[in-house]
Design a protein around this ligand. Structure first.
Ligand code: KIV
Ligand code: NA
Length: 265
């Protein structure tokens, strides 16, 4: 199986083939996701919520992202592995941004990076691209700016914010990004952006008009509880499957059924 490349993703958009993307944070899960045939695996800074139990993505560090990305890379053969640059690692300027970008690429072995923001980070994005690192952009609801937004509500519902998102998307496309995540924006806007730029758009809560879709693996497998935005489709209820299996194990330990003779040396 040939490794998915950023060029292949742009070709998929041209041909109208939808792009599948899902997060992973560890070797074992990434191996399953890759073998299932995923096009892109995102080592999201949502690891902050899913892996570490934080309420925002802000605490994530470069070292922690490298640890997760390195683990994922070891489990993947085919999918393109994209790693989020964490909060604080690129917002201080293009020199810091390109340094941290190079560090993540070297130490994790991932294929590309994702950064949140538009014109504000355009110089940094250009420097990272100039270093030979593929960049995926991320607009709409950008969780690293949650303290500015104050809410996880849908973004770009008003005309001014929608206009800015469109011009940001065009600027990021022209700068040479290979893809764009659109998070929690009206479907009509995401469709419009998708038609107006040459690089693939990957939506999460952005409707069906984007070139691909992304979800957080623990959410779509039903491991996480109490997070039910309308965009989330649950493909399994691993929480109840795990709870049941773990309950059986406890029972077997308590009643002395485990281990039996065949499970002993
Ligand atoms: O960190 C993450 O999981 C993400 C996706 C939701 C796009 O950035
Ligand atoms: Na993220």
């Amino acid at each position: 199986t040939r490794k998915v490349t950023t060029h292949r993703l742009i070709e998929m958009k041209r041909k109208g083939e939808k792009i599948s993307m899902l997060t992973s944070y560890d070797f074992t899960t990434a191996g399953i996701v890759d073998k299932a045939g995923m096009d892109v695996i995102l080592v999201g800074d949502s690891a902050s919520n899913v892996m570490a139990g934080n309420t925002t993505t802000l605490p994530m560090t470069v070292d922690q992202m490298i640890y997760h990305a390195r683990s994922v890379v070891r489990g993947v053969n085919r999918a393109l592995v994209v790693c989020d640059m964490p909060f604080g690692s690129y917002q201080t300027g293009d020199t810091d941004g390109v340094k941290n970008a190079i560090r993540i690429m070297k130490e994790s072995g991932c294929d590309a990076l994702k950064l949140e923001g538009g014109v504000e980070i355009l110089d940094t994005v250009r420097r990272i691209l100039d270093a030979g690192i593929p960049v995926m952009a991320h607009l709409g609801l950008t969780p690293q700016s949650i303290n500015k937004f104050g809410t996880y509500a849908v973004r770009a519902k008003d005309e001014a914010e929608a206009e800015k998102l469109i011009s940001d998307a065009k600027a990021l496309d022209e700068a040479g990004c290979f893809g764009l995540v659109l998070e929690k924006v009206p479907a009509i806007l995401a469709t419009k952006v998708t038609k107006e730029i040459s690089i693939p758009t990957i939506g999460i809560g952005a409707g069906n008009g984007t070139d691909g879709q992304v979800l957080v693996v623990a959410d779509m497998l039903g491991m996480t509880q109490g997070f039910s935005p309308r965009f989330l489709r649950r493909y399994a209820n691993l929480n109840s499957i795990m709870t049941e299996a773990i309950g059986h194990y406890i029972e077997d330990v308590k009643n002395g059924d485990f281990p039996n003779e065949k499970e002993s040396y």
